[in-house]
Structure formats: structure tokens, C-alpha cells
Write a new protein. Structure first.
Length: 437
């Protein structure tokens, strides 16, 4: 028996140490397993045009089988703690430990008590609520900001509130609508706030050749690499004052920053859904620390200064300015949420790393995503590699029973994950080798 245990532990270590590099890192869902590491660099990207421009491969969503549990690394446990929700997306943890959930499909903000139990409805009647931010950041916030698809509102809030004490106050109105609808939020340590807004199209649809007053004049007020026309003030990370004033670009060229979080040093990070119709393996989705004034390529470039062939030669002046993202993901993984781990439930090696949810591909012949991955950091810097952490929602080539969406670190150091295919919430905890499954 002891010999068998040693063999199993060695097998677990070998799986955790496996790393896929270069073209092998693209792959599909069949290779997914907790502990598998992938590393993709810009040198690994295929040339555009070497694959069919688009695949239609949406999954069939089915209930998870009886007794199903996703796969997690040895020593961890995962349990379902809520079900029957409609499009549960972003999760945020209040300073008092209450868990706030944007139930986007029902237009509600719910509160999940830390110890479990029936959720409370904090607010209802919202238009696709998504991002949330407690303000001011710290132990005693006075407001909860919520990103609806067309505006940002806030509610009065004190620790312990599980129902809003007043109606929504409109802070930023008339956000562009249509196209990507998610509006994530974060409160910066300096007292201002961020919001993310995705593009209206795949590749600058409805954008004339130049803005009316010329590119130079437009960029002077909108930022280097900003898009115009129907894409004005989109595909960006933006900043605003707590009262909604002084809205301005922070970074441009982010096609769809679906997930926004601050790292332990207070810097903003985005996980970005990239464009379609360049083939199965172009371009990679990504996670990146967002630099003030940075330009990340969309729509003219991707993964650094790689020109999109459909817009080749349109903006050669931007070539030296395009930033390369910190971590490249398998293309079409559709990352939605990101959370940095500073809790104490997981082993110390996890502190400072980040967890990202992959909603999963619908337009790739080799299905990918439908999992949670861990971004590997070293001394506060991303290594460029990421590791599978929660897998198993893909049942076979055609059937899927979960699409991870939101992720948050609970007050007790466990990880909470929402998935919106079957409307569930899961908790991942560390219990040592005896608690693995």
C-alpha cells in the first residue's frame, strides 16, 4: 500500500511538472489536466492564412452527470455551492466577507453569505450588470459601483448590507452599447476608478478611413491608437472620478477586456478576448498588466506588432508602439475573469499568482477553454506560463457541462468560481493530500 501511495504521488508530481511549449501548447481540450503548464510566445504564432478563417464549433450544453465534480490538483477539493442561476458572471468579495454576484441574465446583484444559505437580492432591474467595485477601497466602503452595459451606477453600501438602502445613482451615463456588453470595474488605490469596455465589432466595423479632424487631432484627446467612428471610446480601459467626472482613456487597443483586476501592487490587469476569423490558432487571447497610455494593437495589430492582414498597411506609424501582452493563451479560449491570490488557505506557493476563467471556444476546430488556469508569477513578475487548475467541464468533443465565468478569492482564502452554462457556483479549497479528488 505504501509503495502504491509513493507511485501515485510521483505520478501527480510528473503531471504537475509537464509543460507544453511552442506549437504543442496550442492543442485542444484533450490534453487538459490540473498541473499541465502551457507557454506560448510570439515566436510560436503561425502566419495568417495557413488555416480556414473560421470554424463553427459551438458546444452542446448539457447537465453535468450525477456525482460529477471538476478535476482539481492533488490536495484540493471542489464543491458546488449554488445552482439554478441565470448567467452568473462577476464575483466580488466585500470587506466583511459577503460574496456579491452579478447575475447578469436576471439583471440582479445577489449576496451569497460566506457560510452559505439562501442568496439575498441586493439590487434588481439592472441592464446586464457585470462589474462591481466597493468604494472607497479598504475596510469601510460607502458605495457599491455596478457596471451596466450602458451606464455605471452606484448604490449606498455599508458592511453587512444585503439589500440596497437606496436606488441606483447614475455616475457615468450613455456608455456605447451593442457589440461586447460587459463592463468590468475596479477601484484604484489613488481613489479613482477604472472601467473596461470592449469593441463594437470584430474588426473595426463602421470605422471610416480617418476621423473627421484627422488622426493626430483625434489621438490628442483619445489616446495613441484609439479607434474612431462606431468604435470611439471602445476597446479601451478608461478612468473616471468617483462622481463620474473626468472620464478619460487609460489604455487603448484592448479588443475586449472582459475581466479586470488589480494586482497586489495596485496595477490594473486585463484578460482580453481577441478577434476572430484569422484561423484556429490566431490570435492568442491574453492577460496583461495594463500600462498607462499603452496601446495593445486592436484593430490594426495583434500580439505585438503583428499586422492583421485585413488592415495591413493602414497604420504603419503605430508599429513601434504596440505592446506585447504578458501572458498569451490558446486562441479562442475566451478568458472572462481574473483574481489575484493573496489568501492563506492555499499553499504559500500560490500567493501572488492569478486565476483566470476560460469561458471556452465556439469557433475553433479543436475545442479549448472551459477551465480555470493559474498564471505563474515569480517575485511579482509574470513568467509567461499558465497552468491548468480546474478542468473536466468538457465531457467529449461535442458536449460541455460548464463554462467558467467569474472568479474571486473568498475571505477564508478559498476560491469561488461561477459558470454560466448551467448557472452554478463552485468553491475550491485546499485540504492537503487526504482531501484531494
Amino acid at each position: 500500500m505504501r509503495w502504491l501511495l509513493i507511485v501515485l504521488l510521483l505520478a501527480s508530481f510528473a503531471a504537475a511538472a509537464e509543460e507544453l511549449l511552442g506549437r504543442a501548447a496550442f492543442g485542444g481540450w484533450q490534453a487538459d489536466q490540473p498541473g499541465l503548464v502551457r507557454r506560448i510566445t510570439v515566436a510560436d504564432l503561425p502566419p495568417p492564412g495557413d488555416q480556414p478563417a473560421r470554424a463553427s464549433n459551438g458546444p452542446a450544453i448539457v447537465p453535468c452527470p450525477p456525482g460529477f465534480a471538476p478535476r482539481v490538483p492533488a490536495g484540493f477539493r471542489i464543491v458546488r455551492i449554488a445552482a439554478g442561476l441565470k448567467m452568473p458572471r462577476v464575483l466580488r468579495v466585500a470587506p466583511d466577507g459577503d460574496v456579491f454576484l452579478a447575475e447578469s441574465g436576471n439583471g440582479r446583484i445577489l449576496v451569497l453569505p460566506p457560510a452559505g444559505g439562501t442568496p439575498s437580492v441586493f439590487a434588481a432591474g439592472l441592464d446586464l450588470p457585470y462589474g462591481m467595485a466597493f468604494y472607497p477601497p479598504g475596510p469601510a466602503p460607502r458605495f457599491l459601483y455596478v457596471g451596466e452595459t450602458g451606464r455605471i451606477v452606484r448604490f449606498p453600501y455599508q458592511n453587512g448590507d444585503r439589500a440596497a438602502q437606496g436606488g441606483p445613482e447614475v455616475i457615468v451615463s450613455d456608455l456605447p452599447t451593442g457589440g461586447h456588453w460587459t463592463r468590468d470595474l475596479a477601484a484604484a488605490p489613488d481613489g479613482e476608478l477604472y472601467y473596461a469596455i470592449g469593441s463594437a465589432s470584430n474588426l473595426a466595423g463602421g470605422m471610416p478611413a480617418v476621423p473627421p479632424d484627422g488622426i493626430a487631432a483625434f489621438e490628442a484627446s483619445h489616446g495613441r491608437g484609439a479607434a474612431w467612428g462606431a468604435e470611439e471610446n471602445r476597446a479601451e480601459l478608461r478612468r473616471f472620478d468617483p462622481d463620474g467626472g473626468n472620464v478619460r482613456p487609460y489604455a487603448t487597443g484592448l479588443r475586449n477586456c472582459s475581466g479586470l483586476a488589480l494586482d497586489p501592487a495596485g496595477a490594473p490587469w486585463c484578460v482580453v478576448n481577441e478577434r476572430d476569423m484569422l484561423g484556429d490558432d490566431l490570435p492568442p487571447d491574453y492577460a496583461t498588466r495594463v500600462v498607462r497610455g499603452g496601446f495593445y494593437g486592436w484593430p490594426w495589430f495583434y500580439s505585438g506588432a503583428h499586422p492583421d492582414p485585413r488592415l495591413a498597411g493602414a497604420r504603419p506609424d503605430l508599429t513601434p508602439d504596440v505592446l506585447v501582452p504578458d501572458v498569451l493563451f490558446q486562441p479562442h479560449s475566451a478568458p472572462l475573469g481574473i483574481a489575484f491570490y493573496e489568501g492563506k488557505n492555499f499553499p504559500p506557493m500560490y500567493r501572488g499568482d492569478a486565476f483566470v476563467t476560460f469561458h471556452g471556444s465556439w469557433n475553433r476546430r479543436l475545442r479549448t477553454g472551459y477551465k480555470v488556469v493559474r498564471l505563474l508569477f515569480h517575485e511579482g513578475r509574470p513568467s509567461g506560463a499558465y497552468e491548468d487548475f480546474v478542468t473536466g467541464f468538457v465531457l467529449d468533443d461535442d458536449h460541455v457541462c460548464g463554462r467558467p465565468a467569474g472568479v474571486a478569492v473568498a475571505a477564508n482564502g478559498t476560491i469561488l468560481m461561477s459558470e454560466d452554462a448551467n448557472g452554478t457556483i463552485w468553491r475550491i479549497s485546499y485540504a492537503g493530500e487526504a482531501g484531494s479528488r
